[in-house]
Design a protein around this ligand. Structure first.
Ligand code: ATP
Ligand code: MG
Length: 748
């Protein structure tokens, strides 16, 4: 399909059209939410192909999630036809996986390398901590990994850290004594070095490595660097405000900026789009200066600002602008809309989180019933995953269909990870974390003692864990009682590998065989535990995922299947934009980035919930929370709701919550409060309670219902026993337990 210029820019405004056609080497499209940045980026790609005459292979388009990539490719297909399929439209991570699979050998990565997710990485850290006598109660795997991730996002190498803080440590060393440097940096340096060492032995990488090691590849292998620099002539990046330093350097390397400066081949054309007010990933190393310094960093760069918003009503924009204007040191932006003033924002203050959820559920039923709003047009957003539980319960009780994005993700479930670990170990036997994970799954009498015998033997010959299993008979101290199951495990793995080689194009067949041959499925099917029934369903689901992958992928393979599943992110679980799920969507504010819904509920608008308690003392973190509020508000097209609870349970304590400062930052006249005072404030004020629709706990609730295999609710009556003391303060306890954990009895 070839498109006339008019078809590509005819329905855009002047600035947008200018950005689509821009011919210079570097372009920043900076603009507020909903101004068409993503739309312009997509059109620009079509323009580059049809008007600049570029080949699809010369384009590299980077999006923030796989879902955004799929959507962009889909739109491109309607604009330019099936050639869109051959283009690299992907996340940073997927692009790097492709590059490393092809060319990683020169930096010591074999093509079948494993990609460790957070859980795998934590397992590896625990193994290392045990070997090095590090107290993981004091230094949690999570905090150690957080630090390692910071280093990687900053492109700080383990060699540098070791040289500075633990010069005597050599990776692979045993019996190292900490305390020479006398500070915690030494610990982090050693853990980082050892972690990288073990990853290398296992032929594995973690998510941050994907970027860092691709940069390393581009900087050390001139042939590979030349190949990609001559290949990608147009590089386009969405959500640029959330790139970190490593990603920034990667773009420079791929575009050949420094090489062009030095007089080599001209640089690739670089287009980035973003909004510094929507930078919300500082905790993952996102560096807002990337977008602020774009014009300095990229020679002859030009900035085009978009000012017209096509998404939201004026009311919603006014609220968003008012909130974000409280952030200091930002450039004020003009953002206007032709969509009219629209309805006022609806506010609701509930006495507690359950009643907040109840009110939202009832309001959704009303919207759906009276106003005919489809459930799929509605999204409920919250600051932290833990808040979803109360909301889900409210929706279930009201029979509102919903889908949750995030939470315990499919690929993080134990049985799914076990099955995937088998596949991973088949493809890459050097993968110690996954090999050790399945050693005793299903149970075959190989406990921690057997595992550590094999592990220390393998370490002594400097080989992966699997080599220990291959040479069972040479392991000192091995008894026949342990050797026999180890040998059976060895036979099993060899048989699975053989089978996989014969059926490589059919991951679904391999999955089915693994589930059966290992006895995993049988163990779960025999179990009396009702949880195991849902585990069986998950495994059958996994087989379906594999079959689906085969259908969608012309050159399907087991390694390819592992790759696509390794890179699945939260937001990928959303149905595509044209599908009508018939369900309300629940998600965190972070996941909502880039999306839009006609109706949005921003919930938990309380000090300590949102802004998050961690951020309230720190000016820069508070600014980040405010940007998150800005992202949330600007997801709404027609109608925004803001809700809060006066009492929320945290760590088993019922806490009194003050209204979020972000609510105060929204001009009063924009919000129509259905109920403004709640909880303590309400008690203190002289109001009567007569108008209180949901003054107590919900009466008509079922006595326990099941959800996802676990039973919520309890037989205990859920009434709040409370009295008021002389100061009008409530005392007493919230009776009953909820979802298995008691709210405890907290008195005020
Ligand atoms: P965010 O900052 O949230 O990522 P964005 O700047 O990327 O937003 P888009 O998602 O591209 O904005 O566009 C917002 C909405 O406005 C979309 O529904 C898009 O289709 C629509 N839109 C953008 N430009 C135009 C236009 N010129 N005419 C009509 N609709 C438009
Ligand atoms: Mg966008």
């Amino acid at each position: 399909i070839t498109r006339s210029p008019q078809e590509l820019i005819g329905d855009l405004n002047e600035r947008q059209a200018m950005a689509v056609q821009y011919e210079g080497p570097a372009l920043l499209i900076g603009a507020g939410a909903g101004s068409g940045k993503t739309r312009v980026l997509t059109r620009r790609i079509a323009w580059i192909l049809s008007q600049f005459g570029a080949w699809p292979s010369q384009i590299l388009a980077i999006t923030f999630t796989n879902k955004a990539a799929a959507e962009m490719r889909e739109r491109l297909e309607t604009l330019i036809g099936p050639v869109a399929q051959r283009m690299w439209v992907s996340t940073f991570h997927s692009a790097c996986v492709r590059i490393l699979r092809r060319n990683g050998a020169s930096i010591g990565l074999e093509s079948g390398f494993s990609i460790y997710d957070t859980a795998d990485a934590e397992r590896l850290i625990k193994l290392i901590a045990t070997d090095l006598n590090v107290d993981i109660k004091r230094y949690t795997p999570r905090s150690i990994l957080g630090r390692i991730s910071d280093y990687k996002n900053q492109l700080i190498s383990w060699q540098t850290q070791l040289a500075t803080y633990a010069a005597d440590y050599k990776p692979g060393m045993r019996g190292y004594q900490f305390g020479r440097v006398g500070n915690v940096e030494e610990l982090y340096a050693v853990m980082y070095a050892e972690y990288q060492h073990r990853l290398k032995l296992a032929n594995a990488v973690d998510f941050d490595d994907l970027i860092m090691r691709t940069v390393e590849l581009m900087q050390t292998d001139k042939d590979v660097a030349d190949y990609y620099r001559s290949r990608f002539r147009f590089i386009l990046v969405d959500e640029y405000q959330d790139t970190n330093h490593a990603q920034y350097v990667l773009i420079r390397e791929l575009a050949g900026i420094d090489q062009a400066k030095a007089g080599g081949r001209p640089q690739a054309s670089v287009t980035v789009v973003g909004d510094s007010d929507q930078s919300i990933y500082a905790f993952r190393g996102a560096d807002i200066s990337n977008i602020q310094d774009f014009e300095k960093d990229f020679p002859n760069a030009r900035t085009i600002m978009l000012e017209q918003n096509y998404r939201s009503t004026q009311t919603i924009l006014d609220a968003a602008n008012a909130v974000i204007s409280h952030n200091e040191g930002r450039k004020p932006k003009k953002l206007w809309t032709a969509l009219g003033q629209g309805e006022r924002i609806t506010g609701y203050a509930a006495d507690n989180a359950q009643l907040e959820a109840h009110w939202i559920a009832q309001e959704i039923l009303r919207l759906n019933g009276e106003e005919g709003v489809p459930f799929s047009n509605i999204a409920i957003m919250y600051r932290a995953n833990a808040q979803s539980r109360a909301l889900e319960e409210g929706l279930i009780r009201a029979h509102v269909p919903y889908q949750l994005v995030g939470g315990t993700k499919f690929y993080e479930r134990r049985e799914v990870k076990d099955a995937m670990a088998y596949l991973q170990a088949i493809v890459n036997p050097a993968d110690n974390v996954n090999m050790r994970r399945i050693l005793n799954v299903p149970k075959r009498g190989l406990g921690p003692r057997a595992e550590s015998l094999v592990a220390s033997y393998a370490a002594s010959i400097n080989q992966p864990f699997w080599s220990g299993i291959e040479h069972v008979d040479q392991i000192p101290g091995m008894t026949t009682r342990t050797a026999n199951p180890l040998k059976r495990f060895r036979e099993l793995m060899l048989e699975l590998k053989q089978f996989a080689q014969e059926h490589d194009a059919k991951p679904s067949v391999i999955v089915a065989h693994v589930l059966k041959a290992t006895g995993m499925l049988e163990e779960l099917q025999k179990s009396e535990d009702p949880q195991d029934a849902s585990r069986v369903e998950n495994l059958s689901q996994l087989q379906s995922v594999a079959a689906e992958y085969e259908q969608n992928t012309p050159d399907a393979s087991l390694a390819g299947f592992l790759e696509t599943t390794a890179l699945v992110a939260d937001s990928d679980q959303l149905p595509g934009e044209h599908e009508d799920s018939g369900k309300v969507t629940l998600m965190t504010l972070h996941t909502a980035k880039g999306l839009e819904y006609p109706v949005v509920f921003l919930t938990g608008m309380e000090q300590g919930t949102f802004p998050h308690s961690r951020a309230m003392e720190d000016a820069s973190e508070l600014s980040e929370e405010r940007r998150l509020a800005y992202v949330g508000i600007t997801r709404a097209k027609q109608h925004l709701y803001v809700t809060r609870a006066a009492v929320r349970a945290q760590w088993g304590q019922a806490n009194e919550m003050m209204p979020s400062q972000f609510l105060d930052e929204i001009p009063d006249e924009l919000i129509d409060w259905k109920r403004r005072e709640a909880g303590m404030e309400r008690m203190r004020s002289s109001w009567s309670n007569d108008d209180d629709e949901f003054g107590g706990w919900v009466e008509d609730e079922p006595q326990g219902y099941t959800f996802g295999g676990s039973t919520f609710g309890s037989a205990a009556p859920r009434t709040a026993a409370h009295d008021y003391d002389a100061q009008g303060r409530r005392s007493g306890s919230y009776g009953g337990s909820y979802g298995g954990s008691s709210y405890g009895s907290s008195s005020y």
